[in-house]
Design a protein around this ligand. Structure first.
Ligand SMILES: [Ca+2]
Ligand SMILES: [Ca+2]
Ligand SMILES: [Ca+2]
Length: 193
């Protein structure tokens, strides 16, 4: 019994480590987005230590931007693939686009199109999961390690916000999954004795 618990603890540790190893966060001092300036700001960052395709991109603002319909965000990977995460949600459907706040958004391969989203952009907890508006995060399917660029622009005057951080997540490495399965098998065999 004691051994089973020990092996289970190792398994849990291995799985937790693999999850941690597969996220990369770029968290600089917060960057104000220039108001009403289509030239925007480029936020370059270098990813290391990841493997496989991207399963989630998570963008945070702090404090929130108070009018998401002002914002365009494009993410470019080390291979030069550019995906448009949002492009002034609900503009030009509404004259100034969606007046909702942008707090943070988790982009996955499937989810709500930002263009049609009515409420605040908040993916915390059970909050809304988005897909990219143009292209898909599945397009980031080659080696993800290297130099990325997040472009953000604010295209109308008045409301403003600051970029906080971005997290790129890839699947658990196959080797870690195999190790986890192997340890689970050991724990099960021990339990039967
Ligand atoms: Ca739009
Ligand atoms: Ca603005
Ligand atoms: Ca930050």
């Amino acid at each position: 019994m004691r051994r089973t618990l020990f092996m289970s603890a190792i398994l849990a540790t291995a799985l937790a480590a693999s999850v941690n190893a597969q996220s990369f966060t770029h968290d600089p001092a917060n960057i104000p987005i220039p108001d009403s300036n289509p030239a925007g700001v480029n936020i370059p960052f270098a990813v290391a230590g990841l493997a496989g395709g991207v399963i989630e991109v998570h963008v945070h603002f702090s404090p929130s931007h108070t009018w998401v319909g002002d914002l365009i965000m494009r993410l470019t990977d080390p291979n030069g693939v550019t995906v448009t995460l949002i492009d002034r949600p609900r503009f030009p459907e509404l004259t100034f686009g969606s007046n909702s706040d942008f707090l943070n958004a988790r982009f996955q391969s499937t989810g709500t199109d930002p263009e049609t989203h009515g409420g605040n952009f908040n993916s915390t907890g059970l909050g809304t999961i988005f897909r990219a508006h143009l292209g898909s995060i599945d397009d980031f399917n080659a080696d993800v390690n290297g130099n990325w660029n997040l472009f953000i622009s604010d295209n109308e005057g008045g409301d403003t916000g600051s970029f906080d951080k971005i997290t790129i997540t890839t699947p658990e490495p196959a080797s870690m999954l195999a190790l986890g399965a192997g340890l689970a098998g050991v724990a099960l065999r021990r339990r039967k004795k």
